[in-house]
Design a protein. Structure first.
Length: 483
């Protein structure tokens, strides 16, 4: 389905009458020097208040009551609406084996109220980390509509890469526990010490490779290699052991560490204990683990729901919601990893050859808002903290991003908290042709998104153009960035 048809479906779905034609939807709007958003409720991580927001150029000039616009300002009436900082999703995947490039991902993100995306610059065999950052920077500058930042990724561990990442303005790095992980522990600890000294945050995928390999070997011996056995091939103990080890690495080196896509209540308890001891350990989870359970992995469409770690139990779902509400989990991120239905249902896939991940960018925040603030007692302040402010603090973007205050980038989304619609793949901007949340009723949708003062989503249309997004240079991590 093309983007024009998806726009029409999305507009109809949230009950908004498009004022522009589909041709105009695809055309960037002319820049407006000044915008006044009047009469909304401003939501920041530290409070909610009725106020106006005056934007001049790319920046918020004022937040306050009864602000006076300039003569040529565009006035946006926001009575009955929520005005929140643009979402920051620090965990996305584009290009390569995934069907979305950065442009596709930007469109989906902006339609869902997300204005900043973090993605990965993985080295090729002949590259140094600087080469990978420069190559992926080129993709971002050409393709991005949302603003972009990069996490380095390479293996084996290279302590010398950490100050390079800091110098390049991309002070974060991802660690994935491969089968040869054990033989590189010494170098990894040296790299984490280098990361601490350089102010680099280390993201870590917490599944123990040896425990996964042992579970897989036992399943293969029993002749159970289909994706029906996927959850058994990546058992809960593998996530728990790796999370405990991440906490130990954090304590040993003092390096700031960020656990990605945590799925397990027992792993969350391990993180709570580490944080109670004062360690700079941060926790992320993703929508798969908030809305679905392991039962979805059974049956002929089970492969559509495969992710790493796998889906867990209903008690794990409840524990993760509790962590988001009480502050034990810092960030909700998508781990956006889009494929088509045919790719996910390929009969050649198995427990040793899986295609993990789903498309999540457009629907993550509306679903989280609807379920969290509507049903589970998540405050508006915690919604903003877990979808914007905490990520900005952890990854060196605050207060430029993640807050609505004078001097910050004018990244924001205006939400209609009463808008009701169903989640549908046909209404999505991703090239993934299915969603695991198909037909879910959602209350609360962004109706306008601004990125650095430009309206880039309005009336169901993404109007920002590829190349208008900015590659963001970030500050190094400091101890005061913990909260």
């Amino acid at each position: 389905m093309n983007h024009a048809m998806k726009r029409r479906d999305f507009v109809a779905g949230i009950g908004v009458l498009a004022s522009s034609s589909l041709l105009q939807c695809a055309t960037a709007q002319s820049a407006t020097t000044e915008i006044l958003i009047r009469g909304g409720r401003i939501v920041n991580a530290d409070g909610v208040r009725a106020a106006d927001v005056r934007i001049v150029g790319e920046t918020i000039a004022e937040v306050g009551l009864s602000l006076v616009p300039g003569a040529d300002a565009r006035i946006i009436e926001a009575k009955g609406r929520l005005v929140m900082p643009g979402g920051i999703d620090p965990h996305t995947h584009f290009g390569g084996r995934f069907v979305d490039d950065i442009t596709d991902g930007s469109r989906a993100a902006l339609a869902g109220g997300i204005t900043t995306l973090g993605t990965f610059a993985t080295t090729q065999p002949s590259e140094q980390i600087k080469d990978a950052i420069e190559r992926h920077s080129g993709y971002a500058r050409q393709q991005a509509i949302a603003d972009i930042f990069l996490h380095g990724q390479t293996w084996p561990p290279n302590p010398a890469a950490m100050p390079v990442l800091a110098e390049l303005g991309q002070p974060s790095f991802k660690i994935f526990p491969r089968l040869d992980f054990e033989m590189h522990i010494g170098a990894l600890l040296q790299m984490l010490e280098s990361a601490r000294a350089a102010g680099v945050v280390s993201l870590i995928h917490c599944e123990d490779g040896q425990l996964v390999a042992a579970a897989t070997r036992r399943l293969q011996a029993a002749g159970r290699t289909s994706l029906q056995a996927f959850a058994e091939s990546r058992p809960a103990i593998a996530e728990l052991a790796a999370t405990q080890r991440a906490a130990a690495f954090c304590e040993s080196t003092g390096a700031p560490m960020y656990v990605v896509h945590l799925s397990l209540a027992r792993a969350l308890d391990a993180c709570r204990a580490a944080r109670a001891a004062g360690l700079p350990l941060f926790v992320e989870t993703r929508p798969l683990y908030l809305f679905l359970t392991e039962q979805r992995l059974l049956g002929p469409e089970g492969p559509l729901h495969v992710g790493m770690p796998p889906l867990r139990s209903a008690s794990d779902v409840a524990a993760l919601w509790g962590g988001l509400i009480d502050g034990s989990i810092d960030v909700l991120a998508t781990d956006h990893a889009p494929s088509t239905r045919a790719m996910k249902l390929d009969p050649a896939l198995s427990i040793t050859n899986s295609r993990a991940g789903v498309s999540d960018l457009q629907f993550m925040l509306p679903m989280y808002f609807s379920e969290g603030t509507g049903k589970r007692g998540l405050s508006l302040e915690r919604f903003v903290a877990t979808t914007s402010t905490n990520a900005a603090r952890i990854f060196g973007l605050y207060p430029r991003k993640g807050v609505l205050q004078a001097g910050s980038d004018a990244d924001l989304a205006i939400w209609d908290p009463a808008a009701v619609a169903k989640v549908t793949a046909s209404g999505g901007f991703s090239k993934s042709d299915y969603t695991v949340y198909e037909g879910t009723n959602v209350t609360g949708w962004p109706v306008m998104t601004m990125r650095r003062g430009q309206v880039v989503f309005e009336n169901g249309c993404v109007t920002g153009q590829p190349g208008s997004g900015r590659l963001l240079a970030r500050e190094q991590w400091r101890p005061q960035d913990r909260r």
